[in-house]
Design a protein around this ligand. Structure first.
Ligand code: BGP
Length: 470
């Protein structure tokens, strides 16, 4: 058995827009994705895995397979269809039923307030680039805390500020599909960190019971070789994607090293970066009050120097070997033939998770605890027939080796309290659609029937073994 403490939380993760479907039901407002997906015409967010109607079955299945914690996000646009104004009673009632169902099945809900789904009205006004969204987010959070603080004790403000900003303004895979806009990417990160901090401070001021954290997508970067310019490109890449946000999260300010590097990357545009004194004060108050950090770790990347034009090709189809990622003045992701990849060109490297945990321990010794809030394998699972269990041994190997990396870090003194596999069930993937499956449970998207995968059975045995330790 993988050595994990008896108290280790074995959970699973979901996100509202990816599982719920029902995107136009019961007064839900539109989000940034609706028009984008309609226009693209590649795939639809409806019915996704129809969690909106089938949550009871999914929560029961989770319970039956040893899961004791579930990451669920609230769709802001179900509560406030336009981001602010009058709350939508049906949305408020829906999430109460979902959280009550979790508790009935002894599952602790970990609730995310923003998981890539800004209401359309706010998106059209600039999304996180518009500082007014920060107050709207705070008002929404205040309402939601009041509505559910009696039953929800674990909160996550924002899911992956960098991945959202990166998708929107660098790779263009997320609406509004802008590319290579480095300034916007940094500005969005900063504004999200301010919004996060305001909500942490509010939660603590009000004295709610429970914990509040922030989830970061953390990719581990390694230099492709020992050439100084590649080592330097890796350092820059890391600051752009990880270090800038980690400073704000744990220290409550940006260190000179981070700001100087961002200045080098943004060059002339740096002057336009809008970071205000009162915002820095807010970060400073929030940092020591943060109860946990969630790490979403999927992959590591190998980097080399790149000074020419930016060019990104997003492999959103699973055609192996098609990804290209080069950002002028930051670095280029290069091929490393020694490391296996998924069909979407994500490097499978559990050591990177271990290194990331160690890095947080070393660089930010004031952290209180870490949770791995997402980790899992995107795979083209094959359904054979009703009788044959879906054999996803590759997913089991992926999860097991990453849990081994966590186990090693814990043994060496890191405080990592839990693991949430991405994902509970197959669902819709933002820029990839439905053929990139991550679930412990297979969904037939035509019939919406659920099938247990081998990984779910393995997860159940692991949960048992952890719980039965003396
Ligand atoms: C994270 C997101 C999830 C999920 C996951 C897998 O960045 O928080 O919502 O989608 O990545 O990514 P993808 O669906 O692109 O494979």
């Amino acid at each position: 058995m993988i050595a994990l403490p008896k108290t280790f939380i074995l959970g699973a993760a979901t996100a509202a827009y990816q599982v719920e479907g029902a995107s136009k039901e019961d007064g839900k407002g539109r989000v940034l994705w609706d028009a984008f997906l309609e226009k693209e015409g590649r795939f639809s967010p409806d019915p996704a895995s129809d969690f909106y109607h089938r949550y009871e079955e999914d929560i029961r299945l989770a319970h039956e397979h040893g899961i004791t914690a579930l990451r669920i996000s609230i769709a802001w646009s179900r509560i406030f269809p336009h981001g602010s104004g009058e709350p939508n009673a049906k949305g408020v009632e829906y999430y109460r039923k979902v959280f009550e169902t979790c508790l009935r099945y002894n599952i602790e809900p970990y609730v995310t307030l923003h998981h890539f789904d800004t209401p359309e009205t706010l998106f059209l006004q600039g999304d996180w680039l518009n500082k007014n969204q920060i107050s709207a987010f705070e008002d929404y959070a205040a309402f939601v805390f009041e509505a559910y603080h009696d039953i929800v004790k674990h909160w996550i403000t924002i899911n992956e500020p960098i991945a959202y900003a990166q998708g929107q303004y660098l790779s263009g895979a997320f609406p509004p599909s802008e590319k290579y806009e480095r300034l916007k990417c940094v500005q969005s990160q900063h504004n999200q960190l301010v919004a996060h901090s305001r909500v942490v401070n509010l939660f603590k001021e009000k004295g709610y019971q429970g914990e509040i954290g922030l989830v970061h997508a953390l990719t581990q970067f390694y230099s492709i070789d020992q050439q100084p310019q590649n080592i330097e490109a890796t350092r820059k890449h890391d600051i752009f994607m990880n270090g800038f946000m980690l400073d704000a999260t744990f220290l409550g300010y940006y260190t000179d090293e981070k700001l100087t590097t961002i200045k080098t990357i943004l060059a002339d545009e740096f002057e336009q970066l809008d970071i205000r004194k009162e915002e820095l004060d807010t970060l400073k108050i929030a940092a020591p009050q943060l109860d946990f950090i969630g790490i979403n770790y999927y992959q590591s990347n190998w980097i080399q120097y790149h000074q020419d034009e930016s060019y990104i090709f997003h492999n959103g189809t699973g055609d192996k070997g098609t990804s290209v990622y080069r950002i002028a003045g930051i670095g280029e992701v290069v091929k490393n033939d020694k490391i296996p990849t998924t069909d979407w060109d994500w490097y499978i490297y559990p050591e990177g998770l271990y290194d990331m945990i160690q890095r947080i321990q070393n660089d930010y010794p004031n952290y209180k605890k870490m949770l791995v809030t997402e980790n899992g394998l995107g795979y083209k699972d094959q359904w054979i027939d009703e009788e044959t269990p879906i054999n996803d041994q590759v997913r089991i190997d992926y999860i097991a080796t990453h849990l081994e990396a966590i186990s090693k870090a814990i043994k060496e003194g890191a405080r990592v309290d839990g693991y949430f596999v991405w994902s509970l069930q197959d669902m819709f993937s933002w820029s990839n659609g439905y053929n990139k499956r991550y679930g412990l449970f297979y969904i037939d998207f035509e019939t919406q029937k659920r099938y247990v995968k081998k990984s779910a059975l393995w997860y159940r045995e692991l949960a048992k073994a952890i719980a039965q330790q003396s």
